[in-house]
Design a protein around this ligand. Structure first.
Ligand SMILES: C[S@@+](CC[C@H](N)C(=O)[O-])C[C@H]1O[C@@H](n2cnc3c(N)ncnc32)[C@H](O)[C@@H]1O
Length: 313
């Protein structure tokens, strides 16, 4: 078992050798996509992409933050992704437990505000500042996905804030693939109306982290946390649902989610790369959903990631 104070970095470098500037630009864009996909993985806590604006001929590289027992998996996953993007490169890992490393890790997390100054999201080690939004979610991501830094999470947080501004007052909220619990906690802060809230994840480490975060936030009596999969959940009529998971889960989940939404309920599905959006939309349209264009919703994009806001008529 690895020491929990240790973290690891997997560096991803493109192969050296002569390369035309246009080809290098293409490779840099492809490596960014590799980084975006890696950032969605359970064992990955963050990805930084290094490119040099001053020196466009410099090779881009990715710094993938993980835990020591994630290194072996990542070597194999990165190699497969590089192949599928037509890139040639290499990986090497460093395991670190020194203070400098811990500070570097924490410097990754910055407080963020969402909506029209509606909601503050901050890591537990950064204090509130004067002028911060009154409503806040304090997150200690632990080993679970959900720092709020990832575009897919941000697409959901923007939507929750927009719906709150729009005056939505759901009686029930369902967070499928809760990770650190960030979306459930945001919904609890934004919607006092939500008497019933359920956060579900297939990964017990994620649900453990969610439980810890909601305990620290004093939200234990508002959010029920369950480890499991959608298929195993009883049918229920939720008013507001968020699911930030990859299409491999979202697409087959469409008819199952339909059975768990009340008529008129709104659903945001995120975790979708731009080129995957049409196939996710087709699955949800076939299951009877329509695009929810209220409050600026519909098809939304952030960098290479997309989300769909849907309504059950
Ligand atoms: C991208 S993370 C989202 C975490 C958080 N909701 C956020 O927005 O930051 C996706 C989460 O879905 C969980 N997950 C993956 N497949 C699942 C499934 N079939 N059922 C439930 N959860 C699943 C993963 O364990 C992971 O915690």
């Amino acid at each position: 078992m690895s020491d929990s104070s240790q973290w690891a970095i997997v560096w991803v470098d493109l192969a050296q050798g002569p390369i035309e500037l246009d080809a290098l630009r293409e490779a840099t864009a492809a490596l960014d996509e590799v980084g975006a996909i890696l950032a969605m993985r359970e064992e990955v806590s963050g990805v930084q992409s290094f490119t040099s604006a001053e020196s466009p001929t410099q090779r881009p590289r990715l710094c993938v933050y993980t835990r020591p027992d994630g290194i072996e998996t990542l070597h194999a996953v990165v190699s497969g992704l590089l192949d599928s993007f037509g890139l040639t490169g290499s990986t090497h890992a460093e395991v670190r437990d020194d203070e400098e490393w811990k500070d570097a890790w924490k410097a990754f997390y910055k407080p963020l505000t969402f909506g029209e100054h509606q909601l503050l999201l901050r890591p537990s080690w950064i204090e509130r500042q004067p002028g911060d939004p009154e409503l806040e979610v304090v997150i200690d991501p632990g080993r679970a996905f959900g720092t709020g830094l990832h575009q897919t999470t941000q697409l959901c947080l923007h939507r929750l804030c927009a719906l709150a501004r729009h005056g939505l007052s759901p009686a029930s909220v369902f967070d499928l693939g809760c990770g650190s619990g960030v979306l459930s906690m945001a919904a609890a802060r934004l919607f006092d109306s939500a008497a019933r809230m359920l956060a579900v994840d297939i990964d017990p480490e994620a649900t453990d982290t969610t439980v810890e975060n909601i305990e620290d936030a004093g939200l234990t009596d508002r959010i029920q946390v369950t480890t499991g999969v959608l298929e195993a959940l009883p049918t229920e009529n939720f008013d507001l649902v968020v699911a930030n998971i990859r299409p491999v889960v979202l697409i087959p989940a469409a008819p199952l989610l339909r059975e768990r939404l009340a008529p008129g309920a709104t659903l945001t599905v995120s975790g979708i790369l731009g080129e995957e959006l049409d196939s996710v939309w087709q699955a949800y349209e076939a299951a009877g959903f329509e695009l929810d264009t209220r409050a600026g919703g519909g098809r939304r994009h952030l960098d290479t990631w997309s989300a769909l806001d849907l309504v059950l008529p």
